[in-house]
Design a protein around this ligand. Structure first.
Ligand code: HEM
Length: 357
Protein backbone atom coordinates (compact mmCIF):
# COMPACT_ATOMS: atom_id res chain seq x y z
CA UNK A 1 0.00 0.00 0.00
CA UNK A 2 2.78 2.37 0.95
CA UNK A 3 4.41 1.95 -2.46
CA UNK A 4 1.23 2.63 -4.43
CA UNK A 5 0.73 5.91 -2.55
CA UNK A 6 4.35 6.95 -3.01
CA UNK A 7 4.03 6.41 -6.76
CA UNK A 8 0.77 8.29 -6.86
CA UNK A 9 2.29 11.42 -5.36
CA UNK A 10 5.52 11.25 -7.36
CA UNK A 11 3.95 12.63 -10.55
CA UNK A 12 3.46 15.96 -8.88
CA UNK A 13 7.16 16.78 -8.61
CA UNK A 14 8.01 16.60 -12.33
CA UNK A 15 4.77 18.48 -13.02
CA UNK A 16 5.95 21.36 -10.84
CA UNK A 17 9.43 21.17 -12.33
CA UNK A 18 7.91 21.50 -15.84
CA UNK A 19 5.20 24.05 -15.09
CA UNK A 20 7.42 26.64 -13.37
CA UNK A 21 10.12 26.92 -16.12
CA UNK A 22 7.32 27.01 -18.73
CA UNK A 23 5.75 29.92 -16.85
CA UNK A 24 9.08 31.72 -16.67
CA UNK A 25 9.47 31.26 -20.44
CA UNK A 26 5.97 32.48 -21.31
CA UNK A 27 6.17 35.53 -19.05
CA UNK A 28 9.72 36.27 -20.23
CA UNK A 29 8.59 36.26 -23.87
CA UNK A 30 5.62 38.49 -23.09
CA UNK A 31 7.86 40.94 -21.21
CA UNK A 32 10.38 40.97 -24.07
CA UNK A 33 7.60 41.71 -26.55
CA UNK A 34 6.28 44.46 -24.29
CA UNK A 35 9.76 45.98 -23.98
CA UNK A 36 10.11 45.93 -27.77
CA UNK A 37 6.77 47.69 -28.14
CA UNK A 38 7.87 50.27 -25.58
CA UNK A 39 11.00 51.07 -27.57
CA UNK A 40 8.82 52.44 -30.41
CA UNK A 41 8.61 56.20 -29.66
CA UNK A 42 6.15 56.84 -32.51
CA UNK A 43 3.71 54.33 -31.11
CA UNK A 44 4.14 55.74 -27.64
CA UNK A 45 3.50 59.32 -28.74
CA UNK A 46 0.36 58.21 -30.58
CA UNK A 47 -1.21 56.82 -27.42
CA UNK A 48 0.25 59.18 -24.81
CA UNK A 49 -1.71 62.38 -25.45
CA UNK A 50 -4.50 63.52 -27.74
CA UNK A 51 -3.18 64.76 -31.11
CA UNK A 52 -1.35 68.09 -30.85
CA UNK A 53 -2.36 69.84 -34.04
CA UNK A 54 -2.45 73.48 -35.15
CA UNK A 55 -5.97 73.95 -33.79
CA UNK A 56 -4.91 72.77 -30.37
CA UNK A 57 -2.00 75.23 -30.22
CA UNK A 58 -4.25 78.08 -31.45
CA UNK A 59 -6.66 77.21 -28.66
CA UNK A 60 -3.83 77.15 -26.10
CA UNK A 61 -2.54 80.57 -27.28
CA UNK A 62 -6.01 82.04 -26.98
CA UNK A 63 -6.05 81.03 -23.32
CA UNK A 64 -9.23 79.06 -23.89
CA UNK A 65 -9.70 76.03 -21.64
CA UNK A 66 -11.35 72.77 -22.69
CA UNK A 67 -11.68 69.19 -21.54
CA UNK A 68 -8.17 68.27 -22.68
CA UNK A 69 -5.99 71.13 -21.51
CA UNK A 70 -5.80 73.67 -18.77
CA UNK A 71 -3.50 76.64 -18.96
CA UNK A 72 -2.14 77.56 -15.56
CA UNK A 73 -0.61 80.93 -16.65
CA UNK A 74 -2.88 82.74 -14.18
CA UNK A 75 -1.00 81.01 -11.36
CA UNK A 76 2.18 82.56 -12.93
CA UNK A 77 3.64 79.13 -13.60
CA UNK A 78 2.91 79.15 -17.34
CA UNK A 79 2.42 75.41 -17.54
CA UNK A 80 0.19 73.61 -19.95
CA UNK A 81 -1.70 71.08 -17.89
CA UNK A 82 -3.31 67.94 -19.27
CA UNK A 83 -6.73 68.16 -17.63
CA UNK A 84 -7.46 64.44 -17.43
CA UNK A 85 -3.93 63.79 -16.13
CA UNK A 86 -4.50 66.41 -13.46
CA UNK A 87 -7.80 64.79 -12.47
CA UNK A 88 -6.01 61.43 -12.17
CA UNK A 89 -3.25 63.04 -10.05
CA UNK A 90 -5.83 64.55 -7.71
CA UNK A 91 -7.67 61.26 -7.32
CA UNK A 92 -4.41 59.42 -6.60
CA UNK A 93 -2.99 61.94 -4.16
CA UNK A 94 -6.17 63.12 -2.45
CA UNK A 95 -8.13 59.87 -2.21
CA UNK A 96 -6.23 56.68 -3.01
CA UNK A 97 -3.03 57.46 -1.06
CA UNK A 98 -4.53 58.79 2.19
CA UNK A 99 -7.46 56.36 2.35
CA UNK A 100 -5.16 53.44 1.53
CA UNK A 101 -3.04 54.39 4.51
CA UNK A 102 -6.13 54.69 6.72
CA UNK A 103 -7.42 51.25 5.64
CA UNK A 104 -4.05 49.48 6.14
CA UNK A 105 -3.26 51.35 9.36
CA UNK A 106 -6.82 50.70 10.63
CA UNK A 107 -6.45 46.98 9.93
CA UNK A 108 -3.11 46.86 11.78
CA UNK A 109 -4.64 48.69 14.74
CA UNK A 110 -7.64 46.29 14.79
CA UNK A 111 -5.33 43.25 14.72
CA UNK A 112 -3.24 44.57 17.64
CA UNK A 113 -6.38 45.47 19.59
CA UNK A 114 -7.97 42.10 18.90
CA UNK A 115 -4.80 40.27 19.99
CA UNK A 116 -4.59 42.31 23.20
CA UNK A 117 -8.26 41.66 24.05
CA UNK A 118 -8.87 38.12 22.82
CA UNK A 119 -5.31 36.70 22.62
CA UNK A 120 -4.37 33.63 20.65
CA UNK A 121 -7.12 31.13 19.80
CA UNK A 122 -5.76 28.06 21.55
CA UNK A 123 -7.03 24.50 21.07
CA UNK A 124 -9.80 23.66 23.58
CA UNK A 125 -8.77 19.99 23.92
CA UNK A 126 -5.26 18.52 24.17
CA UNK A 127 -3.61 17.36 20.95
CA UNK A 128 -4.01 13.66 20.20
CA UNK A 129 -0.61 13.39 18.48
CA UNK A 130 -2.30 11.84 15.45
CA UNK A 131 -1.90 13.79 12.21
CA UNK A 132 -3.99 14.38 9.10
CA UNK A 133 -2.58 15.39 5.74
CA UNK A 134 -4.12 18.75 4.83
CA UNK A 135 -1.87 20.45 2.25
CA UNK A 136 0.10 18.54 -0.42
CA UNK A 137 3.63 19.61 -1.37
CA UNK A 138 2.28 21.19 -4.59
CA UNK A 139 -0.31 23.28 -2.71
CA UNK A 140 2.26 24.39 -0.15
CA UNK A 141 4.77 25.38 -2.86
CA UNK A 142 2.04 27.32 -4.66
CA UNK A 143 0.83 29.01 -1.48
CA UNK A 144 4.30 30.11 -0.35
CA UNK A 145 5.28 31.27 -3.87
CA UNK A 146 2.10 33.36 -4.12
CA UNK A 147 2.58 34.68 -0.56
CA UNK A 148 6.26 35.63 -1.16
CA UNK A 149 5.44 37.39 -4.44
CA UNK A 150 2.48 39.17 -2.83
CA UNK A 151 4.66 40.48 -0.01
CA UNK A 152 7.37 41.68 -2.45
CA UNK A 153 4.71 43.37 -4.60
CA UNK A 154 3.07 44.96 -1.56
CA UNK A 155 6.40 46.32 -0.26
CA UNK A 156 7.50 47.67 -3.66
CA UNK A 157 4.01 49.07 -4.39
CA UNK A 158 3.83 50.81 -1.01
CA UNK A 159 7.30 52.28 -1.66
CA UNK A 160 6.10 53.64 -5.02
CA UNK A 161 3.04 55.21 -3.41
CA UNK A 162 4.35 56.45 -0.05
CA UNK A 163 8.16 56.07 -0.14
CA UNK A 164 8.73 59.69 -1.19
CA UNK A 165 7.37 60.91 2.15
CA UNK A 166 9.51 58.50 4.21
CA UNK A 167 12.74 57.55 2.45
CA UNK A 168 13.45 60.82 0.63
CA UNK A 169 13.67 62.91 3.83
CA UNK A 170 15.47 60.04 5.63
CA UNK A 171 18.13 59.07 3.07
CA UNK A 172 18.23 61.91 0.54
CA UNK A 173 17.65 62.09 -3.22
CA UNK A 174 20.33 59.56 -4.34
CA UNK A 175 19.23 56.66 -2.14
CA UNK A 176 15.55 57.42 -2.74
CA UNK A 177 16.13 57.46 -6.52
CA UNK A 178 17.77 54.01 -6.35
CA UNK A 179 14.97 52.69 -4.13
CA UNK A 180 12.17 53.91 -6.35
CA UNK A 181 13.70 52.50 -9.55
CA UNK A 182 14.42 49.15 -7.84
CA UNK A 183 10.81 49.07 -6.58
CA UNK A 184 9.48 49.81 -10.05
CA UNK A 185 11.55 47.02 -11.61
CA UNK A 186 10.58 44.50 -8.92
CA UNK A 187 6.92 45.48 -9.21
CA UNK A 188 6.78 45.41 -13.03
CA UNK A 189 8.62 42.11 -13.46
CA UNK A 190 7.14 40.10 -10.57
CA UNK A 191 3.53 41.18 -11.15
CA UNK A 192 2.85 38.80 -14.08
CA UNK A 193 4.38 35.83 -12.22
CA UNK A 194 2.13 36.56 -9.24
CA UNK A 195 -0.89 36.72 -11.57
CA UNK A 196 -0.20 33.33 -13.16
CA UNK A 197 0.59 31.55 -9.88
CA UNK A 198 -2.45 33.05 -8.12
CA UNK A 199 -4.72 31.80 -10.90
CA UNK A 200 -3.24 28.29 -10.59
CA UNK A 201 -3.68 28.36 -6.79
CA UNK A 202 -7.29 29.53 -7.16
CA UNK A 203 -8.04 26.78 -9.71
CA UNK A 204 -6.56 24.16 -7.38
CA UNK A 205 -8.59 25.34 -4.37
CA UNK A 206 -11.90 25.99 -6.15
CA UNK A 207 -13.52 22.69 -5.22
CA UNK A 208 -13.08 23.40 -1.48
CA UNK A 209 -14.39 26.95 -1.68
CA UNK A 210 -17.83 26.53 -3.20
CA UNK A 211 -20.45 28.16 -0.93
CA UNK A 212 -22.47 25.81 1.32
CA UNK A 213 -25.51 26.38 3.57
CA UNK A 214 -23.50 25.98 6.77
CA UNK A 215 -21.29 28.96 5.76
CA UNK A 216 -24.13 31.36 6.67
CA UNK A 217 -24.24 29.89 10.17
CA UNK A 218 -20.44 30.21 10.43
CA UNK A 219 -20.70 33.94 9.73
CA UNK A 220 -23.65 34.30 12.11
CA UNK A 221 -21.56 32.81 14.90
CA UNK A 222 -18.60 35.04 13.96
CA UNK A 223 -16.50 31.99 13.13
CA UNK A 224 -16.72 30.76 16.73
CA UNK A 225 -15.89 34.08 18.34
CA UNK A 226 -19.49 34.59 19.44
CA UNK A 227 -20.18 32.01 22.15
CA UNK A 228 -18.06 28.94 22.89
CA UNK A 229 -19.40 26.71 20.16
CA UNK A 230 -17.32 25.93 17.03
CA UNK A 231 -19.53 26.41 13.94
CA UNK A 232 -19.61 23.75 11.23
CA UNK A 233 -16.90 23.95 8.58
CA UNK A 234 -15.71 21.70 5.78
CA UNK A 235 -12.17 21.74 4.37
CA UNK A 236 -12.37 25.54 4.15
CA UNK A 237 -14.40 27.53 6.66
CA UNK A 238 -16.57 30.47 5.56
CA UNK A 239 -13.87 33.01 6.51
CA UNK A 240 -11.34 31.23 4.27
CA UNK A 241 -13.93 31.07 1.51
CA UNK A 242 -14.42 34.85 1.80
CA UNK A 243 -10.63 35.33 1.44
CA UNK A 244 -10.63 32.94 -1.54
CA UNK A 245 -13.45 34.81 -3.35
CA UNK A 246 -11.91 38.18 -2.61
CA UNK A 247 -8.73 36.95 -4.32
CA UNK A 248 -10.79 35.47 -7.17
CA UNK A 249 -12.54 38.82 -7.79
CA UNK A 250 -10.55 41.83 -6.51
CA UNK A 251 -7.30 39.86 -6.97
CA UNK A 252 -8.11 39.22 -10.63
CA UNK A 253 -9.06 42.90 -11.16
CA UNK A 254 -5.70 43.92 -9.64
CA UNK A 255 -3.88 41.48 -11.96
CA UNK A 256 -5.70 42.68 -15.12
CA UNK A 257 -5.26 46.39 -14.30
CA UNK A 258 -1.59 45.66 -13.49
CA UNK A 259 -1.11 44.07 -16.92
CA UNK A 260 -2.73 47.12 -18.58
CA UNK A 261 -0.08 49.25 -16.82
CA UNK A 262 2.78 46.80 -17.39
CA UNK A 263 2.36 46.61 -21.17
CA UNK A 264 1.50 50.18 -22.21
CA UNK A 265 1.97 49.73 -25.92
CA UNK A 266 -0.81 47.39 -26.86
CA UNK A 267 -2.94 50.31 -27.99
CA UNK A 268 -4.35 51.51 -24.68
CA UNK A 269 -4.42 55.29 -24.35
CA UNK A 270 -3.25 57.37 -21.42
CA UNK A 271 -6.81 57.77 -20.09
CA UNK A 272 -7.22 53.98 -19.92
CA UNK A 273 -3.94 53.70 -18.03
CA UNK A 274 -4.98 56.39 -15.57
CA UNK A 275 -8.16 54.44 -14.82
CA UNK A 276 -6.15 51.20 -14.57
CA UNK A 277 -3.81 52.90 -12.11
CA UNK A 278 -6.65 54.02 -9.82
CA UNK A 279 -8.45 50.66 -9.95
CA UNK A 280 -5.12 48.84 -9.37
CA UNK A 281 -4.23 51.04 -6.39
CA UNK A 282 -7.64 50.76 -4.70
CA UNK A 283 -7.79 46.96 -5.21
CA UNK A 284 -4.19 46.31 -4.15
CA UNK A 285 -4.40 48.48 -1.01
CA UNK A 286 -7.65 46.76 0.01
CA UNK A 287 -6.14 43.30 -0.58
CA UNK A 288 -3.02 44.24 1.41
CA UNK A 289 -5.19 45.23 4.37
CA UNK A 290 -7.16 41.95 4.26
CA UNK A 291 -3.93 39.95 3.72
CA UNK A 292 -2.67 41.34 7.05
CA UNK A 293 -5.73 39.77 8.70
CA UNK A 294 -5.10 36.47 6.88
CA UNK A 295 -1.43 36.45 7.95
CA UNK A 296 -2.38 37.18 11.57
CA UNK A 297 -4.98 34.38 11.66
CA UNK A 298 -2.55 31.96 9.98
CA UNK A 299 0.30 32.67 12.44
CA UNK A 300 -0.17 34.29 15.86
CA UNK A 301 -3.97 34.19 15.82
CA UNK A 302 -4.73 30.46 15.72
CA UNK A 303 -2.81 27.63 17.35
CA UNK A 304 -2.01 24.83 14.91
CA UNK A 305 -2.82 26.50 11.55
CA UNK A 306 0.67 27.41 10.40
CA UNK A 307 2.05 23.91 10.89
CA UNK A 308 -0.50 22.67 8.34
CA UNK A 309 0.89 25.03 5.71
CA UNK A 310 4.55 24.32 6.60
CA UNK A 311 4.59 20.53 7.22
CA UNK A 312 1.39 19.64 5.34
CA UNK A 313 -0.09 17.93 8.44
CA UNK A 314 -2.45 19.10 11.20
CA UNK A 315 -3.33 17.55 14.53
CA UNK A 316 -6.65 15.68 14.80
CA UNK A 317 -7.78 18.07 17.58
CA UNK A 318 -7.21 21.11 15.35
CA UNK A 319 -9.13 19.45 12.49
CA UNK A 320 -12.03 18.49 14.80
CA UNK A 321 -12.30 21.99 16.31
CA UNK A 322 -11.83 24.13 13.18
CA UNK A 323 -13.02 21.92 10.31
CA UNK A 324 -15.36 19.34 11.89
CA UNK A 325 -17.10 18.28 8.63
CA UNK A 326 -13.75 17.75 6.89
CA UNK A 327 -12.50 15.82 9.94
CA UNK A 328 -15.46 13.42 9.67
CA UNK A 329 -14.47 12.70 6.05
CA UNK A 330 -10.78 12.03 6.69
CA UNK A 331 -10.49 10.83 10.31
CA UNK A 332 -9.72 7.24 9.26
CA UNK A 333 -6.49 8.36 7.64
CA UNK A 334 -4.91 9.88 10.78
CA UNK A 335 -1.34 8.76 11.51
CA UNK A 336 0.68 8.88 14.73
CA UNK A 337 3.27 11.66 14.59
CA UNK A 338 6.09 9.21 15.41
CA UNK A 339 5.34 7.47 12.16
CA UNK A 340 5.74 10.78 10.29
CA UNK A 341 8.94 11.52 12.19
CA UNK A 342 10.50 8.27 10.95
CA UNK A 343 10.03 9.55 7.40
CA UNK A 344 7.35 7.10 6.30
CA UNK A 345 4.70 9.78 6.10
CA UNK A 346 3.57 8.89 2.62
CA UNK A 347 2.93 5.34 3.83
CA UNK A 348 -0.13 6.39 5.73
CA UNK A 349 -3.11 6.45 3.49
CA UNK A 350 -3.59 10.07 4.62
CA UNK A 351 -2.59 11.41 1.21
CA UNK A 352 -5.79 10.44 -0.51
CA UNK A 353 -6.39 13.17 -3.15
CA UNK A 354 -9.96 13.69 -1.89
CA UNK A 355 -8.89 14.40 1.68
CA UNK A 356 -6.16 16.96 1.22
CA UNK A 357 -5.48 19.61 -1.39
C1 HEM B 1 3.34 35.31 5.52
C2 HEM B 1 2.21 35.27 4.91
C3 HEM B 1 1.17 34.17 4.99
C4 HEM B 1 0.95 33.20 5.95
C5 HEM B 1 1.73 32.98 7.24
C6 HEM B 1 -0.17 32.40 5.51
C7 HEM B 1 -0.67 31.32 6.19
C8 HEM B 1 -1.67 30.49 5.73
C9 HEM B 1 -2.14 29.30 6.40
C10 HEM B 1 -1.62 28.80 7.72
C11 HEM B 1 -3.11 28.76 5.65
C12 HEM B 1 -3.88 27.45 5.93
C13 HEM B 1 -5.16 27.65 6.69
C14 HEM B 1 -5.85 26.30 6.88
O1 HEM B 1 -5.20 25.27 6.89
O2 HEM B 1 -7.08 26.28 7.01
C15 HEM B 1 -3.28 29.58 4.48
C16 HEM B 1 -4.19 29.36 3.46
C17 HEM B 1 -4.33 30.17 2.35
N1 HEM B 1 -3.58 31.28 2.06
FE1 HEM B 1 -2.09 32.08 3.17
N2 HEM B 1 -0.60 32.89 4.33
C18 HEM B 1 0.18 33.97 3.97
C19 HEM B 1 0.04 34.78 2.87
C20 HEM B 1 -0.90 34.58 1.89
C21 HEM B 1 -1.09 35.46 0.76
C22 HEM B 1 -0.31 36.76 0.55
C23 HEM B 1 -2.08 34.94 0.00
C24 HEM B 1 -2.68 35.43 -1.28
C25 HEM B 1 -2.38 36.52 -1.87
C26 HEM B 1 -2.53 33.71 0.67
C27 HEM B 1 -3.54 32.90 0.19
C28 HEM B 1 -4.03 31.80 0.85
C29 HEM B 1 -5.13 30.99 0.38
C30 HEM B 1 -5.94 31.23 -0.91
C31 HEM B 1 -5.31 29.97 1.32
C32 HEM B 1 -6.35 28.86 1.28
C33 HEM B 1 -7.61 29.28 1.96
C34 HEM B 1 -8.77 28.47 1.39
O3 HEM B 1 -8.75 27.24 1.46
O4 HEM B 1 -9.68 29.11 0.91
N3 HEM B 1 -1.80 33.53 1.80
N4 HEM B 1 -2.38 30.64 4.57
Amino acid sequence: MSHSIQWRSLWRLPLLALVLPALVLVVGLALAQGAQAQSDPQGEAATAVPALDADTWRQVRSGEVDANYRDSRFDSTYNLVNASGETWRQWRNRWVSPYGLIVIGGMLAMIVLFYLIAGRKKLDEPRTGRKLLRWSAVSRSLHWSVATLFILLALSGLTLLYGKHVFYPLFGAGAWGAMVSASKLVHNYLGPFFGILLLILLAKLLVHNLPKKHDIDWFRKGGGLVGKEHPDAGFANAGEKAWYWLLATAGVVVIISGLVLDFPNYGQARDTMQWANLVHGIGALGLTAVALGHIYIGTLGTEGSLEGMTTGYVDETWAKEHHNLWYEEVKESAVPEEQLATGSKEATGGSSPQSST
